[in-house]
Design a protein around this ligand. Structure first.
Ligand code: 9WN
Length: 454
């Protein structure tokens, strides 16, 4: 009964829609949207994509600007940075801030822009998918502003960066070089690869997050020390990668040639594939040839299944490029390939069964837990180590719907809307109790709620 859809609940929906819009209006800064006024006071990469998907129902033009302002901070090598810093926000408000990343100097070789400060790592490529959905919300307005034609080259360059510079395994998948990159920061997936990372000395940095959120809900100090050590090493290598696209491979003067953390993540690559299909749709809408992105999507899908599908466990897993092993951790990133169009039917079927089984218990718990409910590291309140998040639930809902799994999709949709309303658009929720954790008025929670209501 908890998650049963109630088609008569129109008053609730009206109130929820208005409340979601209020959050998006309050978090809009004039050219983009902050994930949260308090905890995340800058522009984040995959947040902006999810936000644009909701914002398109409120203002298609704002949704376009959300993506355009993010892409405006793109580096010449094609990377879209995971944070674009707002110069008006005091430097102590978020750590690590612009003074840590030093993009315009440390990132010069990689082509970081001079006029804006950004981080030097990336986040999942949801942007082409978002651009396509934004266009479809109001094709007339999109054509008037030449939206698709304007964003297409940037999106092409972004995907090319990931498929060349970031092909660190040489097998056709994009690798992430920092746990912040797949967006699931402290997921137990990264525990083992992170053991190779030297933590930054305690006391060499100061966290800003604990001012706004409870320590029990956030990554630990040791996690942070590793995040900082790893990011500083990448910065000190000039943000150079050593994948297929890097001519500077083995350059004298570039220290620490190989990243100590390099992982092929199924969620990140699934989103890249979905975005390659979206690029093909965008090209077709512009009357251009869509065969190249479709071909790339097919190749990536083959590589995803070949490299990351764990048939025995019925879930995708991340591959640690440090030792080449598939990581034996069951987490929500392993379900995200449900959104990949044309996934082999047996694989999609097995994912559906895993979602319903004891590890995720779809329909019995709140949304989709970020980590295996039966796993040894499960923690119902701590960030990506158990709580259910709205963006991953939205993606899985989309995948279920696309594969014709209507009944579980309806239940998940009802669950998302219930939890968003009951928690005041929390960042994440306890999968057992539905209690909100992290901050409230979180932008992608509001945006994706709005999307499901429209
Ligand atoms: C680091 C902004 C971001 C999300 C991530 C989420 C969290 C940042 C942090 O917040 O990460 O990028 O400071 O903890 O894990 O997915 O994009 O909402």
């Amino acid at each position: 009964a908890l998650l049963a859809p109630d088609p008569t609940d129109t008053d609730r929906d009206r109130r929820l829609r208005a409340a979601a819009m209020r959050v998006l209006l309050a978090n809009w800064t004039g050219s983009g949207t902050v994930p949260s006024r308090s905890l995340y006071p800058h522009q984040w990469s995959w947040d902006s994509a999810f936000i644009a998907i909701g914002l398109r129902h409120l203002s298609p033009r704002r949704a376009q600007r959300e993506l355009e302002s993010l892409l405006g901070a793109q580096w010449l090598d094609g990377r879209v940075p995971h944070i674009v810093f707002n110069p008006a926000v005091p430097s102590h408000a978020y750590f690590p801030g612009p003074g840590f990343w030093r993009s315009s100097t440390a990132g010069r070789r990689a082509g970081a822009p001079a006029g804006v400060q950004t981080s030097g790592i990336v986040q999942p490529p949801v942007h082409a998918l978002a651009a396509w959905l934004v266009h479809r919300a109001d094709p007339g307005e999109s054509r008037r502003r030449g939206f698709l034609a304007r964003v297409l080259p940037a999106l092409e360059a972004w995907h090319r960066y990931l498929e060349t510079h970031r092909d660190l395994g040489g097998q056709g998948l994009a690798a992430v070089v920092h746990p912040w990159e797949p967006g699931l920061d402290n997921s137990p997936c990264w525990d083992r690869p992170l053991l190779r990372v030297t933590p930054a000395p305690a006391g060499s940095f100061r966290r800003a997050d604990l001012v706004h959120a409870s320590a029990a809900d956030r990554p630990t100090d040791l996690d942070y020390a590793r995040y900082v050590g790893l990011a500083a090493a990448y910065r000190d290598r000039g943000y150079q990668d050593h994948g297929r696209g890097d001519h500077g491979h083995g350059d004298a003067g570039v220290s620490g040639a190989r990243p100590s953390f390099a992982v092929e993540d199924p969620g990140f690559n699934a989103l890249l594939i979905a975005s390659e299909h979206a690029l093909a749709d965008i090209a077709e809408a512009l009357g251009a040839d869509a065969s190249a992105p479709r071909r790339r999507a097919r190749r990536l899908t083959d590589a995803l299944v070949r490299r990351l599908w764990d048939r025995e466990r019925g879930v995708f897993a991340a591959r640690d490029l440090g030792d080449g092993a598939l990581l034996p951790v069951t987490a929500v990133n392993g379900l995200l390939p449900l959104i990949v169009p044309g996934l082999p039917a047996d694989v999609a079927g097995a994912l559906g069964a895993t979602l319903a089984g004891e590890h995720f218990r779809l329909g019995e718990v709140h949304m989709v837990p970020s980590y295996d409910l039966t796993g040894p590291q499960f923690d119902a309140g701590r960030y990506w180590r158990g709580p259910s998040w709205f963006n991953t639930a939205w993606l899985i809902h989309r995948g279920l719907r696309a594969t014709g799994a209507t009944e579980p999709a309806d239940r998940l949709r009802a669950g998302i809307l219930h939890d968003a309303g009951a928690t005041g658009f929390a960042e994440y929720v306890d999968p057992y109790t539905g209690e909100g954790h992290g901050i409230r008025d979180f932008s992608w929670t509001a945006a994706l709620t709005l999307d499901l209501l429209t």
